[in-house]
Design a binder for this molecule. Structure first.
Ligand code: RP5
Length: 162
C-alpha cells in the first residue's frame, strides 16, 4: 500500500461531518491519505507523537480541523516542519467564529493556512495544490478541476438564458 501523503486530523469525531469534504477531495484526486482523531486537549501526548513523527512517516501536508477552543492546528504546526492547513469547525454557541479566531491568530514564525469556517473542501484542494507543485500529472488534474468549475458556471449561465 502507498504511504499517506496527506494527514487529515480532527479534535473529535463530531468534526467528521465537516472534515469529510477534505477526505472526498483526497479521494477524488486519488491522493493516499490518512484520517485520525487527535485531540489537543483530551489526547495531548498523542497529538505530540502524531505531529513530531508526521514528516518521518512520509506525510507532506497536514489538514487539521477543530472547533471551539481550536488549538489542534496551531499546536500541530508548532510541532512539525510540514505545512498545516487549519479548518475552523462551526460551533453551536458562536457559529465557529471562536474556532476561526483560535486557528487564524498564529504568532509570526508558526503559520497555519486557515480556510473559511467549515470549508474543508478548500483545505483538501490547497493540500492537493501543494503536492501538485512537485507533480506535473497532479497539476494537470488541478487544471482540469478548475476547467470543470468554469464549465459548471457557464452551463448555469446558458440555462439562465434558455
Ligand atoms: C474540539 O472540541 C473538537 O475539535 C470539537 O470541534 C469540539 C467539541 O468536541 P466534542 O465535545 O464534540 O467531542 O476539541
Amino acid at each position: 500500500m502507498t504511504s499517506p501523503l496527506i494527514g487529515i486530523i480532527m479534535g473529535s469525531d463530531s468534526d467528521l461531518p465537516t472534515m469529510k469534504a477534505a477526505i472526498e477531495i483526497c479521494e477524488q484526486f486519488e491522493i493516499p491519505h490518512e484520517v485520525a482523531i487527535v485531540s489537543a486537549h483530551r489526547t495531548p501526548d498523542r497529538m505530540v507523537e502524531y505531529a513530531q513523527t508526521a514528516h518521518q512517516r512520509g506525510l507532506k501536508v497536514i489538514i487539521a480541523g477543530a472547533g471551539g477552543a481550536a488549538h489542534l492546528p496551531g499546536m500541530v504546526a508548532a510541532l512539525t516542519p510540514l505545512p498545516v492547513i487549519g479548518v475552523p469547525v462551526q460551533t453551536k454557541t458562536l457559529q465557529g467564529v471562536d474556532s476561526l479566531y483560535s486557528i487564524v491568530q498564529m504568532p509570526a514564525g508558526i503559520p497555519v493556512a486557515t480556510v473559511a469556517i467549515g470549508n474543508a473542501t478548500n483545505a483538501g484542494l490547497l493540500a492537493v495544490q501543494i503536492l501538485a507543485t512537485q507533480d506535473a500529472q497532479l497539476l494537470a488534474q488541478v487544471q482540469s478541476y478548475r476547467q470543470s468549475l468554469k464549465e459548471m458556471v457557464l452551463d448555469k449561465q446558458a440555462k439562465l438564458e434558455a
